[in-house]
Design a protein around this ligand. Structure first.
Ligand code: ATP
Ligand code: MG
Length: 592
């Protein structure tokens, strides 16, 4: 410790909110270089190295070969797959001195695909698994919680190459098993959820989420073991119901631009005849958004398309679910100027009458699947201060289709049919999915099959957030005074503290450090002399969070040292002559 490049901080960094992030900075593991960009100090690098080792071992175990692509990449392959534009503002684009445009890789499907195309040409070369542990760049809109969401971060990305779907399924299953081993070894609670496959396209896809109340992802589960990212939940289409409502009628509902004001006015002025009160769930809310589509051949500048979404009035449109449904288009607000250019829309009173391909606005209109054919609604009458009651889906209005964009709630019926959904939050740690042939097609990766015919290779893509894993483990393993690393990824096996001034204390501590090092342990030894008090040393040891702390102090006069478990707080005295063995036993009790 007297020469370790480390300065622990007593104060929390001003920009940190989550406790793990604060502690990683205070304990000297990482330091912020720019928003979402972090320096890994010696302690941090050791932890990172341990995570990487676990990932490497499990990749090797399924026969994947490691290589490393550059981060600085040519743009052409990304143009061929359309991701140069589809990635939008998240892509770091750079221009070299000759004016050539390049990018900093956000993920490497294109490069892997081209490398295989360069080198292989026959079905006999396949199957093939390749991976790298490499730095990625994404200009995230909201970098967050230190290394949890960085703009520069390390990912393990692997890719599988097969001639057919059966091969791809095998590669996918092998990765799934490897990921279970990796995350078990890293020691945090996780769930495997059905995922959407976002901008990547493709079909089968699952995410490994670390369960954490601080997570940005919401997932659902039910009693049958089904778990899904909230974006991937498919709300079942409600079956048609018998029409019981009388003819639709338009009523004056002055000053009711919101669902709340509408429900109050309905109950006051237009009570139901069945004795029940009107509720928000009786109303149909039509939400307008603007989609910004990326450039394509017809629209070199991209194009904007308004979209109307009909949801029951007691639910919001979920921004993330919507995003996934409309990708690669981005969702923007429907602004005053957009209302101005669609004069038949009456803000606050928009009804199905003007929506849909047949309506006067010609705005595409999609309904939440919970809206059954035959059901009756109160909704905007497309006139200021007026609503229509008993407007029946299928009888009085239709839409252009359905969309999975309404919020999913705790207690909603599960799409599996078994019980209800429970919502929880998580942090995406890994993602596996079957890309299929989409990248291979775009980039022309084909091999000759057994019959000498060219077939397009089918690919899978599999990621693990390596730097994010360190962040997640720190969030999961700490107390008020510091980090409490699990054995598998702690920066050291043991932290020896020489607590006191006497020469014999330092001599004994030196000796224990040497013995343990000789036995193959990773030792950090607080040998700081002079003004550094035992109190400061203990505080630092607690902050740094090595699982085993060995204190050589006053009790040495009685021939004993103190052995502490940082995680449980347990401590016991051990004869100095047996201390090395005792430490070894602790370390070996938890094989990694
Ligand atoms: P997210 O939904 O969290 O943005 P993603 O779906 O964009 O993640 P992938 O493209 O599937 O992520 O990347 C694979 C893995 O890389 C993720 O599972 C995650 O662990 C990690 N990862 C992605 N983005 C970041 C980031 N900005 N910082 C740190 N790790 C990241
Ligand atoms: Mg993902």
């Amino acid at each position: 410790m007297s020469s370790l490049f480390l300065r622990t901080l007593r104060e929390d960094p001003a920009d940190a909110e989550l406790p793990g992030h604060k502690l990683l900075v205070r304990a000297g593991y990482i330091r912020r270089a720019a928003p979402g960009v972090y320096t890994w100090l010696p302690l941090g690098l050791k932890v990172l190295g341990k995570v990487e080792t676990i990932v490497r071992e499990e990749m090797a175990a399924i026969g994947s070969q490691e290589l490393s692509f550059p981060a600085l990449l040519p743009k052409e392959p990304y143009e061929a797959t359309n991701r140069w534009t589809e990635y939008g503002d998240n892509l770091f684009r750079v221009t070299d001195r000759k004016g050539a445009e390049m990018l900093l890789g956000p993920t490497h499907e294109e490069m892997f695909c081209l490398a295989v195309k360069d080198m292989y040409g026959s079905y006999k070369d396949l199957p093939l698994l390749l991976f790298q542990i490499q730095t990625k760049y994404r200009d995230e809109a909201r970098p967050r919680a230190g290394v949890l969401r960085g703009r520069e971060f390390i990912m393990k990305d692997s890719y599988s190459f097969d001639v057919d779907a059966a091969g791809l399924q095998q590669a996918y299953d092998a990765h799934r098993r490897a990921y279970i081993k990796i995350f078990d070894r890293l020691g945090f609670e996780y769930v495997i959820v059905h995922a959407d496959s976002g901008a990547m396209g493709g079909s089968a896809s699952e995410e490994f989420l670390a369960v954490s109340p601080n997570g940005e992802d919401t997932f659902v589960r039910d009693a049958s073991g089904y778990a899904a990212n909230v974006e991937a939940v498919q709300v079942p289409q409600a079956p048609p119901v018998e029409v019981t409502a009388g003819p639709a009628h338009v009523e004056d509902t002055p000053d009711t631009p919101t669902i709340e004001t509408l429900v109050a006015a309905l109950n006051a002025d237009h009570p139901r005849t069945d004795g029940r009160e009107w509720g928000a769930a009786d109303t149909l809310k039509n939400v307008l958004v603007m989609l910004a589509h990326p450039a394509d051949e017809e629209h070199p500048q991209g194009w904007r398309e308004p979209l109307a979404i009909g949801v029951p009035g007691d639910r919001e449109v979920d921004a993330k679910r919507l995003e996934v449904q409309v990708a690669p288009a981005e969702v923007e607000a429907f602004e005053e100027k957009d209302f101005a250019s669609h004069p038949t829309l009456t803000k606050g009173y928009i009804g199905p009458g003007v929506l849909g391909s047949g309506g006067s606005s010609a705005i595409r209109y999609l309904l939440d699947p919970s809206i059954a054919e035959g059901s009756a609604w109160v909704t905007g009458a497309d006139e200021h201060g007026r609503h229509v009651i008993d407007l029946v889906h299928g009888r009085d209005f239709t839409a252009d289709g359905t969309i999975q964009a309404a919020e999913v709630r705790d207690g909603d019926p599960s799409p599996t049919g078994s019980g209800t959904l429970t919502l929880a939050r998580g942090i995406e740690m890994g993602h596996i999915f079957q890309l299929g042939t989409m990248y291979a097609e775009a980039l022309g990766l084909k091999v000759l099959d057994e019959n000498g015919k060219l077939v397009t290779v089918t690919m899978g893509s599999y990621g693990v957030g390596v730097t994010r894993a360190v962040g997640v483990i720190a969030e999961d393993n700490h107390d008020e005074v510091g980090l409490t690393w699990p054995r598998a990824i702690a920066p050291f096996d043991v932290h020896i503290v020489a607590a006191g001034k006497g020469e014999e204390i330092f001599a004994a501590a030196d000796d224990l450090a040497a013995q343990l090092q000789a036995r193959g342990l990773d030792v950090v030894y607080d040998d700081r002399a002079g003004k550094v008090s035992p109190g400061v040393k203990f505080k630092d040891a607690e902050l740094i969070g090595v699982p085993t702390i060995l204190v050589v102090g006053k009790k040495l006069a009685d021939g004993v040292v103190e052995l502490k478990d940082r995680r449980t707080g347990e401590q016991r005295d051990v004869p100095v002559t047996e201390a090395a063995e005792a430490v070894l036993a602790e370390v070996r009790a938890e094989p990694v």
